[in-house]
Design a protein around this ligand. Structure first.
Ligand code: CP
Length: 323
C-alpha cells in the first residue's frame, strides 16, 4: 500500500504543506500514549524495523526506538561498530542482507549527505532519514514545528531565527523548508564563515549580529557548533564565539518581547547557549524531545499505510488503552 507520504521520508524539501500538516496532526493523538502507564498500542504489530545508526546519536536513536516499541513494532538496532561494516561491507549490502530477513522499514543515520536517498532507491523497505550529513534531519524539523505550533498555534507570519552553525547543520535545512512551507518568516544569524554561500536564495533573512536577530525574532532555534565537522578555523575560539553570538540571559533581557528558545541538542553549554537560558522559563528544549517521540510515531504509522483519520482510534485499540 502506498502511504500518504510515499514510500520514504527523506527530507522536508519535497513535502507539500499539507503533507507536513498531516504528520503534525497525526502526531497529536500519539502524544498522549507516552503519558500512559502502559505506553503501548498495537498499530504496528507484526512490522519489523531496523535502526541503522552509523553516526553517534542519543535523542534521535532512542526516540525512534521508543516510537517503534510504543507502536508494538519489532525493532533491531545496528551500529557500524560491531557490524560487518567494519569489515568493509557496503551500506547497500548491509541493507539487502537485512531485507533478506524480511524487514519492513529502515531508519538510517549516516555521516554522508544523500545516504538515505541512496539507500531508499536501492531497497524495497520504507526508509526514514534520521539525519544524513549536512543535508536534512526531517524528523527533527517536524518536532521543532510541532513544538512551535504547540506554543504559537498557526505559524503563518511567525518570526523564527536559526542561530549559529548553519553551514554544517542538517537541522537548519529541515527547519527552513518546514517553516517556510507553513508560512513562517525565517531568518538565520551567525558568523559569515558558518553561513552557507547563497543562503538568502532559500528565502530567509540574514542577520550579521545576534542583537538584531533577538530584536526581530519571536523564537530562536539555537544550533550546536559542530566542531567535529569543522576542518578549518571557522571561528577564532569558543570563548570568542560565546562573546559575540552566544545566547545569554542578558541579551534576551534586552529583547522587546519574550522569545521562545529551542535547541536540537546536544548542547554546548556556555558556547552557543548559556545554562540560564537553556534551563530558563522560555526554553522548550525538553518539550522538543518529548514531541520527538510523537512525531516519529506519526511518521512510522503513516509510512506503514496507517490512515491519518484512524490515528485517534489506533491509540485506543485492543490492549493499548490501559492507563
Ligand atoms: N537532535 C539530534 O539529532 O540529537 P542526536 O544527535 O542526539 O540524535
Amino acid at each position: 500500500m502506498t502511504s500518504t507520504l510515499g514510500k520514504d521520508l527523506l527530507a522536508l524539501e519535497p513535502l507539500s504543506p499539507d503533507q507536513i500538516r498531516l504528520i503534525l496532526d497525526t502526531a497529536e493523538p500519539f502524544k498522549e500514549i507516552s503519558e500512559r502507564s502502559i505506553k503501548k498500542v498495537p498499530a504496528l504489530r507484526g512490522k519489523t524495523i531496523v535502526n541503522l545508526f552509523f553516526e553517534a546519536s542519543t535523542r534521535t536513536r532512542i526516540s525512534f526506538e521508543f516510537a517503534e516499541k510504543r507502536l508494538s513494532a519489532d525493532t533491531v538496532n545496528v551500529a557500524a561498530s560491531g557490524s560487518s561494516v567494519q569489515k568493509g561491507e557496503t551500506l547497500v549490502d548491509t541493507a539487502r542482507n537485512l531485507e533478506a530477513m524480511r524487514i519492513d522499514m529502515v531508519v538510517i543515520r549516516h555521516s554522508a549527505s544523500g545516504a538515505a536517498r541512496f539507500l531508499a532507491e536501492r531497497i524495497e523497505s520504507n526508509v526514514v532519514n534520521a539525519g544524513d550529513g549536512m543535508h536534512e534531519h526531517p524528523t527533527q524539523g517536524l518536532l521543532d514545528l510541532l513544538t512551535l505550533r504547540d506554543h504559537f498555534g498557526d505559524l503563518t507570519g511567525r518570526r523564527v531565527c536559526i542561530v549559529g552553525d548553519v553551514l554544517h547543520s542538517r537541522v537548519a535545512r529541515s527547519n527552513i523548508w518546514g517553516l517556510k512551507k507553513l508560512g513562517a518568516e525565517v531568518a538565520v544569524c551567525g558568523p559569515k564563515s558558518l553561513l552557507p554561500w547563497g543562503i538568502g536564495e532559500l528565502g530567509v533573512q540574514v542577520f550579521k549580529r545576534v542583537e538584531e536577530a533577538i530584536e526581530w525574532a519571536e523564537a530562536l532555534n539555537v544550533l550546536r557548533l559542530q566542531l567535529e565537522r569543522m576542518t578549518a578555523g571557522f571561528i577564532p575560539s569558543l570563548r570568542e564565539y560565546n562573546r559575540v553570538f552566544g545566547i545569554s540571559k542578558e541579551r534576551l533581557e534586552r529583547a522587546p518581547r519574550d522569545i521562545l528558545i529551542l535547541h536540537p541538542g546536544p548542547m554546548n553549554r556556555g558556547v552557543e547557549i548559556d545554562s540560564d537560558v537553556a534551563d530558563g522559563p522560555h526554553s522548550v528544549i525538553l518539550n522538543q524531545v518529548t514531541n520527538g517521540v510523537a512525531i516519529r510515531m506519526a511518521v512510522l504509522y503513516l509510512l506503514a499505510g496507517g490512515r491519518p483519520e484512524l490515528a485517534e482510534a489506533a491509540k485506543g485499540s485492543a490492549g493499548g488503552g490501559e492507563r
